[in-house]
Design a protein around this ligand. Structure first.
Ligand code: NAD
Ligand code: IPM
Ligand code: MN
Length: 367
């Protein structure tokens, strides 16, 4: 098993969590794999070096890679830049240019962390939800957009727009994923108010005709936000628009104990075909956490678990992916914690020490 990874650490805690994940990858290589890495800039770091948040050469390099592992982008120092220069635009351009239309955000509660959630342990124990977020369309990319003026004053605009094909391909992928799990899909929309999401609902019902073995329900997004904290175990796969998925996945992260636990995989093809036409992009759900950047305090597990998804989806290296996930589980069961999930039950580790701890268990689970 071998392949070429491009690492885009980005800003804030991004470089720290990616470095920690690299420690895990190095151990995987020492166990007989041959994954190579090259590093490049994205976000604020790219802006400082090149004046743009995603340089054309970086994009070309990402397109040629087998997979991309990204840390996080953004920070207060770049917030007053024009929108097209902001770090976040670099990430959005990368997703769009690689046509990564489906963002998988699994929210899994490790047994050892059931007490770390702000919700009651009996509500979150054993939880395993997959949020499938549409990633290259919707209000994030719709035109017209921007702020202009009329006689009365300034007007701000963003546009929620979906073509039926964009809905169909991501919903199809969600049904495919559900078939590998508990065969339940909940599609989240605001069809009572937004015409665009009524189309989302109609197309989802059409796609469902090919997936009669999967149970489909629909839920309005306001109710879904409430149900996620009231009774999250009712969900198996949730599929939704770009912005609703962004918000619901941060909410779901708190079921798992912390935003620092949630990995993601952005795919541009069905799970079997990932990597054949374009690379997948793997990144933690959290941001650059400027409040703790540079302090070795960030939890690297979301990035380490993203590396596991990378090995699973882009390289079909289930052995290494499972070894990482089981090592993370073992670390948590042994009581090791980062500050964000610390309940005072064991040793509280820094970002790098947690990566080394996970790496140290890999051999135990190597098959
Ligand atoms: P954030 O996710 O960076 O941080 C929210 C809170 O969670 C903070 O208190 C932070 O300390 C904590 N946190 C996040 N990740 C953590 C980790 N791994 N371990 C421990 N604690 C963690 O969100 P924000 O503060 O709203 O945004 C900060 C910047 O990050 C902004 O510029 C935003 O645009 C950017 N952002 C980037 C991404 C991305 O690159 N994918 C995602 C979200 C936000
Ligand atoms: C995420 C982030 C990004 C998003 C930002 C940084 C562009 O919040 O990946 O969840 O909104 O998609
Ligand atoms: Mn987000």
């Amino acid at each position: 098993m071998s392949g070429r990874l491009v690492l885009l650490p980005g800003d804030g805690i991004g470089p720290e969590v990616v470095k920690s994940a690299c420690c895990v990858l190095e151990h995987i290589n020492s166990l007989g794999r041959g994954y190579t890495t090259e590093e490049d800039l994205v976000g604020g770091a790219a802006y400082e070096a090149h004046g743009v948040p995603l340089h054309a050469d970086t994009l070309a390099r990402a397109k040629q890679a087998d997979a991309v592992l990204l840390g996080a982008v953004g920070g207060p120092q770049w917030e007053s830049l024009p929108f097209d220069k902001r770090p976040e635009r670099g990430l959005l351009a990368l997703r769009k240019e690689l046509d990564l239309f489906a963002n998988l955000r699994p929210a899994i509660v490790f047994d050892a962390l059931a007490g770390a959630s702000t919700l009651k342990p009996e509500v979150v124990k054993g939880l395993d939800i997959l949020i499938v977020r549409e990633l290259t369309g919707g209000i994030y990319f719709g035109e017209p957009r921007g702020v202009d003026k009329d006689a009365q004053g300034r007007i701000g605009r963003n546009t929620l727009v979906y073509h039926e094909d964009e809905i169909r391909r991501v919903v199809r992928l969600a049904f495919d994923m559900a078939r590998l799990r508990n065969k339940r899909v909940c599609s989240v929309d605001k069809a009572n108010v937004l015409e665009c999401t009524e189309l989302w609902r109609d197309v989802t019902n059409e796609v469902h005709k090919d997936y009669q073995d999967v149970a489909l329900t629909h839920m309005y997004v306001d109710n879904a936000a409430m149900q996620l904290v009231r009774a999250p175990a009712q969900f198996d796969v949730m599929v939704t628009t770009n912005m609703f998925g962004d918000i619901l996945s941060d909410e779901a992260s708190m079921l798992t104990g912390s935003l620092g636990m949630l990995p993601s995989a952005s795919l541009g093809a069905s799970a079997e075909d990932v990597g054949k036409s374009r690379p997948g992009l793997y990144e933690p759900v959290h941001g650059s956490a400027p409040d703790i950047a540079g302090m070795d305090k960030a939890n690297p597990l979301a990035t380490i678990l993203s590396l596991a998804l990378l090995l699973r989806y882009s390289f079909h290296d289930e052995g290494a992916a499972r070894a990482i996930e089981q090592s993370v589980e073992r670390c948590l069961a042994e009581g090791y914690r980062c500050a964000d999930i610390d309940e005072g039950t064991g040793a509280c580790l820094g970002t790098q020490a947690m990566g080394e701890k996970v790496a140290g268990y890999l051999e135990t689970f190597w098959t």
